[in-house]
Structure formats: C-alpha cells, structure tokens
Ligand binder design. Structure first.
Ligand SMILES: CN1c2c(nc(N)[nH]c2=O)NC[C@@H]1CNc1ccc(C(=O)N[C@@H](CCC(=O)N[C@@H](CCC(=O)N[C@@H](CCC(=O)O)C(=O)O)C(=O)O)C(=O)O)cc1
Ligand SMILES: N[C@@H](CCS)C(=O)O
Ligand SMILES: [Zn+2]
Length: 782
C-alpha cells in the first residue's frame, strides 16, 4: 500500500485561533494554562483533520507557539546566556523572551526561511556553547497524539540545517550587552556580527548527543518514524558541511532509534544523490514539485532498504493538482519501489492557507481551480487509491480534477490579449530611464530644492486599532464606504499635519487605507483574486493573506492616485507617492504556475507603470516603489541568480521607466542581507534607495561604498522593529558613520522601514529625534 504522509500542517487554525491565543496571553487576558489548552485543542483538531483525509503518518512537533526553529533551540538547550536560563525545562517566559525580547533583553534575530515569506528565529551560537535536552515538548505532544489514537511521526529540524541556519555571535552580544531590544515586529535583520575565530560546524559533535538522546526517547515512546528536516541540503553547502552529513547520520542511527526519514524541500538535492542514497537513514523525501527531474536520479539504484517519499502536491501554492500528471510522475516510482513509495506534499503545508471550504465568497469556477491544505491532503489520498486500487477506484475524483485543470487552462478569465500585446510591444526594452542618473539628479535638485540630508519616512504610519476596526466594520457593511473613506482621509490629514510639525522634508500619506502592502494592490488589479481566510504565518503572531494571481495582470483603474492627490493638497512639500514593486507583489502572492514568473512580473510591472504615470500626471513628483522582497526572490542555488536578477531588475526598471528626469524614483528594501546583490540593486537605477541598516550599525554601507553605489541612499537610522526611541546622539553617530563611506550630498535620513507596527507614542518622539539629529548633522557636515 502506498503510504500518505504529511510534512507539517498549518498551526494557525481555521480562524487564526493561534494568533488570538498567543496575543491574548501576551496581553495578560489569558493565563499559561489556558494558552496550553488552546494549543492542545488546535493540535487535536489538526490531527483529526489529517486522519480524516487519510494521512497514515501524522506530523507531530510542527505545532509551536512561535516558530519551529525556536522550539528546536529550546529542545537543544541553545539558550543565549542573556536570558539567564538556569537549566531544566525552558519555561514559557524564556521562550517568548527569546522570540520577542523582554523588558531587559533584546530578542533573538529573525530572518527569512529559505525563499519563503516565513521568518524564523535565528539560533545564536558561541564557541563554548553546551547543548542539553531542555524541553519535553516534543515527547509530551507525541504522548498526546498517541492517546488520541494518532499515528505520530515527530518532526525535528535536522542537525545540519539547525546549525547552518544559525549564526556565530560574540559573547557580549549573546549576553545582551550589544544590540537593541526589539519586539515581535522584527523580521529579518542584516547580517549579525560573526565571531571570526569560530565556525558553528565545530558545534556538531556537541549537538549530536542531544539529538541521539531525543531519538532514543522517541523510540522508547514507541515511535516508528521520525522526520528530520534537512532543507539546507538544497543550498550550495561547503564540502565540509556535506561531509558532516555522513558523520551526523552515522552517529544518529546507532543503537535503538526510530527509523529516520530525511526530508528535503524547496529545491533539488540531485547533486547529492549518491551521498543521500548511501546514508544509513530509512528514507528520503524529495520535492518533485520544484524539480521533478530528481525522480530519475534517485530511482536509479535506489537502495532496497529505504523508502522514498515523493512530494507531488505543491505545499507552496494554492492550485489544484493535475492528478493525471502526478500519477504519471509517480508511476515509474511505484513500479520500481512498490510499497516503498510514500507520497506527500512537497514541503510542510504551513505555507498554504488552511481550508478552501471557508472561502464562501470566491466564485465556483475559481474555487474549482484551488486546493488549500485540507484539499491537498485529499488529493494525496486520491492519488494513493489510484496507485493501489487502480484509477477506476477514484474515477469520479480524477474526472473532477481533470475538468478543473482543463477549465483553468482554457478559461477566458486567464488570458487578456491587450496585456499580451503590451508585452509583445515591449519587446526587449531594458527599461532604462531617459537620462543617466547624474542628469536626473540635477533636474530633481532644481525641481525640489531639498536641503542636504533630506528627511523622509518609508511610507506607513501606525495602523491603529481604530483603523483596523473601521476596515472590518466597512467590510461587514456596518460602516458605509463614504464614512470609511472620510475616516481614512482624516487619518491622512493627521499624518501629514504631524509630518509638517516635525519638519520632515518629504512627507508621505501614511498608508492607513492599506490592509497590507501587497494585498491592497492585489485587490485592485485584474488577474488577481483574494481570499477571506487564506492566512499564512509570516512570523510569530503576524500573518499575511497573499492574493492569488490567476490570470494576466492589468490595472483597470488608478489605485493610489486619489490618496496621493489628497495628501499633496494638504502640504506644499513634495508628497511621496507610495507603490509596491512588481517583484514584491509577485513574491508575496500565490502565483500562477502556468507561465514563467518572469512573465507575470513583467505584467505587474506594466500595471505599476500605469500607476506611476497617473501619479505623475496628478502632479506627484516623488514616487517610491517598494521592493522589500527583491532579495527573497533570489533562487536558492547560486547558478540561477543571474537569470533572476536580470529579469527582476528589468521588471523594476520597466515600472519606473516612464518617469521623466525631474521625477524622483525611490525604492526601499528591508528584511534581508544585501551585500551579495549590490550590483543588481544598482541595476534597478532608482534615484534614491532607503534601506534597513540601523541594526547592523551601518555595516551594510561599507559594501555600498566598496561597490561605489552610484545613486542616493537613505540608510535607516531608526530601528522601527523596536519600541525603543533612539536618541539624537545615536542617530547623529550613525549618520556620521554613513557620511564617512557615502558622499554627504548623496545621503538621506529616514527610519529603517515603515511605521505601521509601531504606536504613535513611539513614533512621534523617535521622528522628533531624527529631525533634531538631521539638523545637527547638517551643521556639522553640510
Ligand atoms: C513587511 N512584511 C510584510 C510581508 N509580507 C506582506 N504581505 N506584507 C508585509 O507587510 N513580509 C515581510 C514582512 C512581514 N511583516 C509583517 C508585519 C506585520 C504583519 C501584520 O501586522 N499582519 C496583520 C494582518 C494585516 C492585515 O491584513 N490586516 C487587515 C485585517 C486585520 C484583521 O485581522 N482584522 C480582524 C479584526 C481586527 C480588529 O477588530 O481590530 C478581522 O478581520 O477579524 C486589515 O488591516 O484590514 C496581523 O494581524 O497578523 C504581517 C507581516
Ligand atoms: N511602504 C511600506 C514598506 C514596508 S517594507 C511601509 O512603509 O510599510
Ligand atoms: Zn520595509
């Protein structure tokens, strides 16, 4: 029999119960016992759903109150000394302090999980670190599952991936003497200082005994299979790390342990096929959605003592699976492996929304094209029955899938001749602006007459509970469109007035009308659909609802122009228009899989270009096109980088190209490390880039200087992920540091990112200080 298993189920709950429970706990509304009870309820519900869908082996340990990497750090006792962990079991307060910071200590760093929009808590390592089993959570959850009659397959982050994704830190940082406190809003900061004399791989011999202890305990608890997630294997790992894989798994398979399923996903591991086949583990999992070609490489001489799990249902996207194609992909594997073939989603389903059944507002046709987590598991069950009992046993299901796939292919909703004609017309146009940067800079200086070190912000101002509540009431029909619009206008007026009072040189409208910087645009563009409940976790208790790109993209009407015009009418200063860029919209949406991403990006670029034109026609002279996901879109394998960076920078340029010389185009980036892609950032040719740098103390700018970045830069001087108000002196110092590496006439002053997650009580004094710091720096340096 073909076994169906799952790599992970979304933990957030159908109605975001996890978010509500954790936030209620943080605010003191519920106590720890209630939080645990709600967690247990969610786990039970999710296990039952998976059983009902026919999953034979159910993942356990995929549930966490914050992040699976943080759970692993707690299990291994990898607690940075600054949290004063006394040993024993890691308590809840320590766990959340590591995630979000405490009154006295900064949180741990957070960064992107591979090329997803999920962020994990980065393990911190120091040379003398000791590891010790410090959490019983995984064992307790296994027991909980077993008591419910669930066949549990515990999931652990494997030792190689765990170490690879962590960072060496100086002990003074681990002790909390450096760095700033930040809260749960912190996502993906710049490169943390690395300890030069120590390599985290040297910790492997210390970490393995704890893994061995965990495995032994799981075996004693009657566990048959453990899933070890080793997605780091899809990256370009150094040779010594690959060699360490052999050592690690040789050690972990000694003695009485459960069988190990080593899971890889997000890319191919075909380059390591021989090594992986020779590992003493009991099975491997491959992501065939990303790279179907892996199948044959692994099937060749696949060891007779191993099972092979094939991920044929996409865990990262929302489209219904073409079951015929999946069966075709599985047929040779079944022939070669028989019952040693397992099937699964390509990766954990935590990157997919929970249940399509909740989407009562989507039209039937579109809905028939989709599968969320629950439906994906149903698809696997159909595939298993088709393999085991023949296609006639699931004829109806296969026919329904066939119809849906055919309807999606041929639907007139997908194709828009005008969009394709525009792409055709674009030809190979590289999107260069009319004049090179120096000429543009001159025209812009003459038009805007900005002072040296101009001050600005990144776009959003606090999204207050009142704003969110009004939006919800409007959606429910309890607040009319007119009243909602008036409320948002009042907010814009308040934000503009506050910026005038503060003396900011380039104001923004504050983005109060936007639920999210991508979803807002997705809701207005043709070719996009949006869901009511399609949330996925972005980090901790922060979730996003990615729009669905199902067809050719175009812009039926202006999206931001009225807001920008209104904001401009309130001030004589140049109002900065605010757009999200094509790569970020692409990256943070569920994208169509029937055409290359590049083509979809270009379509979005043309839609954004239309908006840029309308903003310009409305008199807006400065326009920011945000690209925080530019780095995240980078392929996981270096060999694929150039191709991506070529089309990504072109898509950005195409969106901005229409701007005449005296229109200043800004872009903004955050949440990533940029040093390795500076030429591609320069190739975007934005007049000004505002970029996250304050947390790394402007380290990033060294790279900008070395590369001789040609255009203007606003290195963030205020870490908006922290509630802490930076002092004037601190920001002066950061600017002085910046002015040492970038010519003063090319520098701007601004925060690291948007202020939407902050409170006014933090924002106002921080911006006051930022303006004071600028006045000082002008006196000293201008
Ligand atoms: C910059 N970041 C973003 C990423 N991806 C995006 N798509 N968008 C981003 O901004 N990736 C990298 C980072 C990740 N950072 C964040 C930061 C903050 C959030 C966040 O705050 N998420 C909110 C949901 C935002 C949203 O869509 N809000 C809607 C709906 C609000 C809502 O839940 N309403 C409730 C009722 C609320 C009430 O009564 O007060 C309801 O509908 O039931 C809106 O504003 O209308 C979150 O809450 O998690 C995400 C990623
Ligand atoms: N304009 C957006 C960018 C966030 S990355 C904001 O200010 O929130
Ligand atoms: Zn940002």
């Amino acid at each position: 029999m073909t076994r169906v298993h799952n790599l992970g189920f979304p933990r957030i709950g159908h109605k975001r119960e996890l978010k509500k429970a954790t936030e209620a706990y943080w605010s003191g509304e519920i106590d720890g016992a209630e939080l645990e009870a709600r967690g247990a309820q969610l786990r039970e519900r999710h296990w039952r759903i998976q059983q009902t869908c026919g999953v034979d082996l159910v993942p356990v340990g995929d549930f966490t109150f914050y992040d699976q990497m943080l759970d692993m750090s707690c299990t291994l006792g990898a607690i940075p000394p600054r949290y004063d962990f006394a040993g024993g079991e890691v308590d809840r307060d320590t766990f959340f302090a590591m995630a979000r910071g405490s009154k006295t200590q900064p949180a741990m760093e957070m960064t992107k999980w591979f090329d997803t929009n999920y962020h994990y808590i980065v393990p911190e390592f120091h040379e003398d670190m000791e590891f010790r089993l410090s959490s019983e959570r995984i064992f307790a959850q296994v027991k909980e599952a077993q008591a419910l009659g669930v066949k549990a397959k515990p999931v652990l982050v494997g030792p190689l991936t765990y170490l690879w994704l962590g960072k060496e830190k100086d002990l003074d940082i681990a002790h909390g003497e450096a760095g700033h406190r930040h809260d749960e809003g912190c996502a993906g900061h710049g490169e943390a200082p690395r300890h030069s004399g120590f390599d985290r791989l040297s910790l492997l011999p210390k970490v393995l005994p704890v893994y061995a202890e965990i495995l032994a305990k799981l075996a004693a608890a009657g566990v048959e299979w453990v899933q070890m997630d080793e997605p780091a294997l899809v990256l370009d790992l150094p040779q010594e790390w690959l060699d360490a894989l052999d050592t690690a798994y040789a050690q972990l398979t000694q003695g009485k342990t459960p069988k190990i399923l080593l899971a890889t996903y997000f890319e191919s591991v075909a380059d390591h096929a021989a090594r992986l086949k020779a590992l003493p583990v009991a099975g491997l999992h491959l992501d065939l959605r990303r790279t179907p070609a892996q199948r044959d490489v692994f099937l060749q001489n696949y060891p007779a003592d191993k099972i092979l799990s094939l991920g044929v249902v996409d865990g990262r996207n929302v489209w219904r699976t073409d079951l015929d194609a999946a069966l075709e992909l599985l047929a040779p594997a079944h022939k070669a492996l028989g019952d040693r073939l397992w099937i699964a989603p390509s990766c954990s389903l935590m990157h997919s929304p929970v249940d399509l059944a909740q989407e009562t507002e989507l039209d039937d046709e579109l809905k028939s094209w989709l599968a969320f987590s629950v439906q994906k598991l149903d698809e696997l069950s159909v595939l298993a029955r088709a393999i085991d009992k023949g296609e006639s046993a699931v004829a109806q299901e296969l026919e329904a899938a066939r119809k849906a796939v055919a309807s999606r292919k041929s639907s007139p909703r997908i194709h828009n001749a005008a969009v394709n004609a525009r792409l055709q017309e674009l030809g190979n146009d590289d999107g260069q602006r009319h004049s090179p940067f120096p000429a543009r800079a001159q025209a812009q200086a003459a038009r805007f007459k900005l002072p040296p070190f101009p001050t600005t912000t990144i776009g959003s101002f606090p999204q207050t509970p009142e704003i969110r509540k009004a939006r919800l009431q409007n959606r429910k029909g309890e607040l009319s469109d007119a009243k909602y619009h008036k409320m948002m206008e009042a907010e814009v007026a308040l934000v503009v007035k506050e910026q005038e009072r503060l003396g900011l040189d380039v104001p923004v409208h504050g983005e109060p009308e936007r639920n999210d910087m991508v979803e807002y645009f997705g809701e207005q563009l043709a070719g996009f659909a949006f869901t009511r409940h399609g949330w996925v976790q972005s980090y901790g208790s922060r979730y996003v609802k990615p729009p669905l790109i199902f067809g050719d993209v175009s812009r039926p009407h202006p999206m931001t122009v009225e807001w920008a015009k209104y904001a401009q009418s309130l001030t004589s200063k140049p109002m900065k228009g605010m757009l999200t860029g094509p790569v970020t919209i692409l990256q943070w949406s569920f994208v169509r899989d029937d055409q290359p991403r590049e083509r979809t990006a270009l379509q979005i670029a043309l839609a954004i270009r239309d908006e840029v034109k309308d903003l310009i026609d409305a008199g807006i002279g400065i326009i920011q096109i945000d690209e925080p996901a530019y780095r995240e879109g980078l392929p996981l394998k270096r060999k694929d980088w150039d191709k991506y960076l070529g089309w990504a920078s072109r898509a950005f340029r195409i969106s901005a190209q229409i701007a005449p010389d005296d229109v200043q185009i800004h872009t903004h980036m955050c949440y990533s490390e940029f040093n390795d892609i500076l030429p591609a950032i320069a190739a975007m040719d934005a007049d000004v880039i505002t970029i996250e740098t304050s947390r790394s103390q402007m380290e990033l700018l060294d790279a900008f200087a070395t590369f001789n970045y040609p255009n203007e830069i606003g290195p963030g001087v205020y870490d908006i992920h922290s509630p802490r108000v930076p002092s004037v002196e601190e920001m002066v110092q950061l600017m002085e540091k910046a002015a040492k590496v970038v010519p003063a006439e090319r520098l701007w002053v601004n925060p690291d990112c948007g202020l939407k997650t902050r409170k006014w009580a933090e924002v106002t004094p921080a911006l006051e200080n930022m303006v004071k710091a600028t006045q000082e720096i002008r006196q000293r340096l201008a």
